[in-house]
Write a protein that binds this ligand. Structure first.
Ligand code: COA
Length: 384
C-alpha cells in the first residue's frame, strides 16, 4: 500500500508570499530589516531620525555638511498656512470625534492646493515636496491636538529636532532628553518597511502618474486600518481593556486571553505577514519604552509587566510574536501621548518611506495593474 500525501495549496489571498516588484530602499526578511544597506538595530542605536530620513529620501548616508543642510531645509518648511489652521480649528470644534488620521489626511489634501509644485513629478520637485511634507506633518498633528485639548497651539521650535519638535507641538512643553530620544528611536523604527499595505497603496497611486500628495493621502487611508498602523492604538486599548476587566471581575489575564482565543479574536499588536519568528523592531522599542516606565515608577511599569504577561501567553498558546505596534502602544502611553495620535505619529515617520517609494516608482514607472480571477455568475443576456 502506498502512502498518500495531501498538500494544501498556499493561501495567496492578500498577495501573501508574492513578490510584486523591486526596490532598492529596504529589505525585509526573517532575520533582518535593512534600510538602504543599514540594519535597523544599527540605525536605532547610532543614527538620528533626521539621518535616517536623509538616507531614505536622498539615497545615501549624509555627511555632516549634508545633514546640516537637510535639517535647515526641513526646519524652514515647518509652518502651515493660516487657512489650514482655521480648518483644523473647525474640525476640532465641529467634528471633535473625527479620528486624527482623517484630520491629517484632510490636512495633506489641503496642502496640495497650495504647494507650488503639486503637479510636478520631476525628481527634484518630488524631493522638495517630500521635505515639505516631512516638515509640516508634526505641525498639523500638534495644532490639531492642542486645539482639541482647548490649549493655544504653539509654533514649531526651530531649535528642536523632528522628534522633540513633534512632542513640543503636541504639548507646548519641551520634552525631556529621554522622551525625545525614545520618540526619535520609534520614528527610526517606523520609517520604512518595503511593500507594506500603505506603501504599496502609495506606489499604486503614483504608478498612474498621479501626484505625491494624492499618493500620500492614499497611504494615510491604508495606514489608518487596525490591521496595519492602527494596531498601535488598538494594542494599547486592548491592554487597558484587560486591566479594567481583570480588576472588575477578579479573573486572571490568562482567563481573559482564553476567552479571547475562544471568541477567535485577533489580538492587536501581534502577528506579521512577513516576520514569523518575531519583529526585529519590537524588542528595541520595548527596551526604550521600559526606560521611561522605570523612571516613572510602578504606575507606568505595570503596563510593561502586563504586556510581558500577554506576550508570554500569546507565544505559548498561539506561537505568535508581538510586532512593533505592541511595545509602541505602551511606550507612547507612558509618555502621556493621547492614544488616537499614535498612528498619526507613525505617519510623521513613514512619510519618509512613502515619499522614497513614490519617487522610486516615478523614476521607473509602469502602471500597477494586476489581473483578477473571475468568480462571478456565468454570462447571461440582459434581455433574456
Ligand atoms: C498582521 C496581520 C494582519 C497579518 O495577517 P496574515 O499574514 O494574513 O496572518 P497569518 O497568515 O500570519 O495568520 C496565521 C494565523 O494566525 C492567526 N493570527 C495572526 N495574527 C493574529 C493575532 N494578532 N491574534 C490572533 N490570531 C492571529 C490568524 O488568524 C491565522 O489563523 P488561522 O490560520 O486559524 O486563520 C495579522 O497578524 C493581524 O491581524 N495582526 C493584528 C493586527 C496588527 O497587529 N497589525 C500590525 C501589523 S505590523
Amino acid at each position: 500500500m502506498t502512502a498518500t500525501t495531501t498538500s494544501k495549496a498556499p493561501d495567496t489571498r492578500g498577495l501573501a508570499g508574492q513578490t510584486v516588484g523591486e526596490t532598492s530602499i529596504c529589505s525585509v526578511n526573517q532575520t533582518q530589516l535593512i534600510y538602504r544597506g543599514y540594519e535597523i538595530a544599527d540605525l536605532a542605536e547610532h543614527a538620528s531620525f533626521e539621518e535616517v530620513a536623509f538616507l531614505l529620501l536622498e539615497g545615501h548616508k549624509p555627511s555632516a555638511e549634508e545633514l546640516g543642510r537637510f535639517k535647515r531645509e526641513v526646519e524652514a518648511e515647518r509652518a502651515i498656512p493660516d487657512g489650514l489652521k482655521t480648518l483644523l480649528r473647525e474640525l476640532a470644534t465641529k467634528a471633535p470625534k473625527t479620528h486624527p488620521m482623517s484630520v491629517l489626511r484632510t490636512g495633506i489634501s489641503y496642502l496640495s492646493h497650495f504647494d507650488p509644485e503639486t503637479e510636478d513629478n520631476a525628481p527634484a520637485a518630488e524631493l522638495r515636496k517630500s521635505k515639505r511634507l516631512l516638515a509640516k506633518i508634526p505641525t498639523i498633528i500638534g495644532y490639531g491636538q492642542m486645539t482639541l485639548d482647548g490649549k493655544t497651539p504653539v509654533e514649531p521650535d526651530p531649535s528642536l529636532g523632528h522628534a522633540a519638535n513633534l512632542l513640543w507641538c503636541m504639548t507646548g512643553k519641551e520634552p525631556s532628553e529621554l522622551d525625545a530620544r525614545v520618540m526619535d528611536v520609534s520614528l527610526i523604527l517606523y520609517a520604512e518597511h518595503d511593500f507594506n499595505a500603505s506603501t504599496f497603496a502609495c506606489r499604486v497611486i503614483a504608478s498612474t502618474e498621479s501626484d505625491m500628495h494624492s499618493a500620500v493621502c492614499g497611504g494615510i487611508g491604508a495606514l489608518k486600518g487596525p490591521l496595519h498602523g492602527g494596531a498601535n492604538e488598538m494594542a494599547m486599548q486592548m491592554l487597558k481593556d484587560i486591566d479594567r476587566d481583570t480588576a472588575r471581575s477578579g479573573e486572571s489575564v490568562e482567563a481573559w486571553m482564553t476567552k479571547a482565543f475562544a471568541e477567535k479574536r485577533k489580538l492587536m499588536g501581534f502577528g506579521h505577514r512577513v516576520y514569523k519568528n518575531g519583529d526585529h523592531r519590537a524588542g528595541i522599542l520595548r527596551s526604550w519604552g521600559l526606560k521611561i516606565a522605570e523612571k516613572q515608577g510602578p504606575q507606568a511599569k505595570k503596563w510593561f509587566d502586563l504586556g510581558d504577561t500577554v506576550q508570554a501567553i500569546m507565544l505559548r498558546d498561539k506561537k505568535i510574536h508581538p510586532n512593533v505596534d505592541f511595545p509602541c502602544g505602551m511606550t507612547y502611553f507612558v509618555m502621556g501621548i493621547p492614544v488616537p495620535q499614535y498612528t498619526p505619529i507613525f505617519v510623521a515617520s513613514r512619510i519618509t518611506g512613502w515619499c522614497a517609494h513614490i519617487m522610486e516608482q516615478h523614476a521607473n514607472n509602469r502602471i500597477i495593474r494586476p489581473l483578477a480571477e473571475y468568480a462571478g455568475p456565468a454570462l447571461s443576456s440582459w434581455n433574456a
